[in-house]
Write a protein that binds this ligand. Structure first.
Ligand SMILES: Cc1cc2nc3c(=O)[nH]c(=O)nc-3n(C[C@H](O)[C@H](O)[C@H](O)COP(=O)(O)OP(=O)(O)OC[C@H]3O[C@@H](n4cnc5c(N)ncnc54)[C@H](O)[C@@H]3O)c2cc1C
Length: 488
């Protein structure tokens, strides 16, 4: 029931159509760039079979054992264990989340929350289909990707009003056997290394958009499905210069559905347009909890690397350095505490799932996303310019320079080589392609900052705050006397 690493690799050699820099990739596991992302993601399977992580990564029910990612959270403690698993996988992944179980199960949680109401209103059987899919996915320990974000064209127009009808994925045909879908999704993380794609609507819809209200599960080797992989992060190959990104990466794709057939038992929404927004939102709320969970190792790494470099550079006692270190600690602890609180104050929703508190999970994500650029600035400040000017590994190995560099780059009670190793790690975190990826990921992935802000502000108890002001005003004697006078 728990896939082994080699079984996972074998499962990806299934005739899927993946393009990289214009060429069809025969075997994604053997590709120099895509293979790296696949080995990175396989940490989930390594953890499940490693006695050191088994309790965290695996759940047992009777004779069955399955990945904790497939355990439906029913209490705040379940959510916290899930957070711990996500954070540990990401820590082992050098601050890059594996994501092949996290995002897909977030989508399944969201569907299980919303679909019972859709079934009650439309007489459909979507919940049962999702449950069946869930059971199979759990039993096979499938890796899942989520294709929610459409290319969207002109953002001011709704799906049916776009110039190209394929700017959002839509149903183009139906039969007694199933549906055919067409269109383009984008930014689909881990699609090249997933077994299945969960297709979700990206926004609310109107009656005119009903063909776009589609949700389903598609095997990644489905006929008509093509993945065009992004080359971003392909340059990091040297583990001295890029200790994290030379070994860890995720891959996003442009995901093209060219009349992909989906049998009915894999269809979870087909035209019920007024449910599209609720599904999009329910997925995102679970996914933002995942998002902040996988940010925690990055925030801890920023504190650690800044602290070590402050020490090695001999500046720990400088006032501005202490301020910067303190700010990094406050940032890390605030994000962590809000996330903890989001789990504590969650609630049980339909299907018995325990959902994180929505305003708090958005607040955690918002606080993280709006603080990361400033946090990188603080590490850059403490580290110094060597972040981008350090000599190469080859030069360190050159007998002409090696010993010279060891002395020249020595810092406060630390040799040059060791100081430079930490400097390169800092560079990979805050001054590399990976750093830029982290920054854009913070701003855009799991939804825009404005979407998080709006959710927090909308759900604020405005009436409670206003009523308190009314009460304070009414308690004022002069106000009471004035009112009496007006009514006499
Ligand atoms: C690294 C990475 C990984 C990702 N992984 C996945 C994934 O696995 N699956 C998936 O489905 N998606 C994924 N995403 C997509 C992510 O959810 C989107 O990037 C995000 O929702 C923003 O969409 P967008 O990129 O199209 O930007 P846009 O929506 O174009 O946003 C750009 C700006 O336009 C504003 N804007 C957009 N629409 C409107 C409007 N109608 N009115 C006013 N302002 C508007 C936004 O607020 C923002 O300020 C990923 C993104 C990244 C960067």
């Amino acid at each position: 029931m728990l896939q082994r690493e080699e079984e996972y690799y074998a499962s990806l050699r299934d005739g899927r159509r993946v393009f990289y820099r214009g060429e069809l990739v025969e075997d994604v596991t053997a590709h120099p760039v895509l293979g790296k992302a696949i080995r990175h993601a396989a940490v989930d399977f390594r953890m499940a079979h490693d006695p050191a992580y088994r309790d965290l990564a695996v759940v047992s029910e009777g004779h069955d054992s399955f990945s904790r990612y497939y355990a439906v959270p029913q209490t705040a403690m379940d959510l916290k264990r899930r957070r711990d698993l996500i954070a540990e996988g990401t820590r082992l992944g050098g601050t890059v989340v594996p994501l092949i179980h996290e995002i897909g199960t977030d989508a399944l949680f969201g569907l299980l929350e919303v679909l019972p109401d859709v079934d009650a209103r439309y007489g459909t059987h979507y919940t049962e289909r999702v449950r069946n899919f869930w059971t199979k996915a759990r039993n096979h320990d499938w890796a899942l990707a989520v294709a929610q974000t459409d290319v969207k064209g002109d953002r001011s127009r709704r799906p049916a009003d776009q110039k190209s009808p394929d700017a959002y994925v839509r149903i183009v045909n139906r039969s007694s056997e199933g549906i055919w879908i067409r269109g383009t999704k984008v930014h689909t993380s881990v699609a090249i290394n997933a077994n299945w794609l969960l297709v979700l609507p990206t926004r609310e819809m109107r009656a005119a958009d009903q063909d776009y209200a589609v949700c389903c599960a598609v095997p990644v080797n489905a006929q008509g499905l093509t993945l065009v992989a992004s080359p971003y992060l392909e340059h990091a190959t040297d583990v001295w210069e890029h200790p994290l990104s030379a070994q860890h990466k995720m891959v996003e794709t442009v995901t093209i559905f060219d009349d992909v057939f989906v049998p009915w038992d894999q269809v979870f929404l087909a035209g019920e347009w007024d449910a599209a927004g609720a599904i999009a939102k329910a997925f995102v709320e679970f996914h933002r909890f995942t998002a902040v969970s996988y940010k925690l190792p990055l925030l801890q790494a920023l504190v650690g690397v800044a602290s070590l470099l402050a020490e090695y550079n001999g500046i720990r006692h400088a006032r501005h350095v202490q301020m910067a270190l303190g700010d990094l600690v406050l940032y890390e602890m605030t994000v962590r505490s809000i996330l903890d609180n989001a789990a504590e104050q969650g609630q049980r929703v339909a299907s018995g799932i325990f959902r994180p508190n929505i305003p708090l999970v958005n607040l955690a994500k918002y606080h993280f996303a709006t603080g990361l650029h400033q946090a990188f600035h603080r590490v850059q400040d403490i580290a110094g310019g060597l972040l981008v000017t350090a000599p190469s590994w080859e030069d360190w190995q050159n007998p002409q320079f090696g010993e010279w560099f060891e002395q020249a780059f020595a810092g406060h009670e630390i040799g040059g080589f060791e100081r430079m190793a930490v400097m390169h790690l800092a560079s990979d975190l805050v001054a590399s392609e990976l750093a830029a990826y982290h920054l854009v990921l913070a701003v855009h992935a799991e939804g825009s900052i404005e979407a998080e802000r709006m959710t927090i502000v909308k759900d604020y108890p405005w009436a409670e705050a206003e009523n308190e002001i009314r009460r304070l005003v009414r308690e004022n004697n002069k106000y009471q006397r004035g009112l009496r006078k007006l009514t006499e």
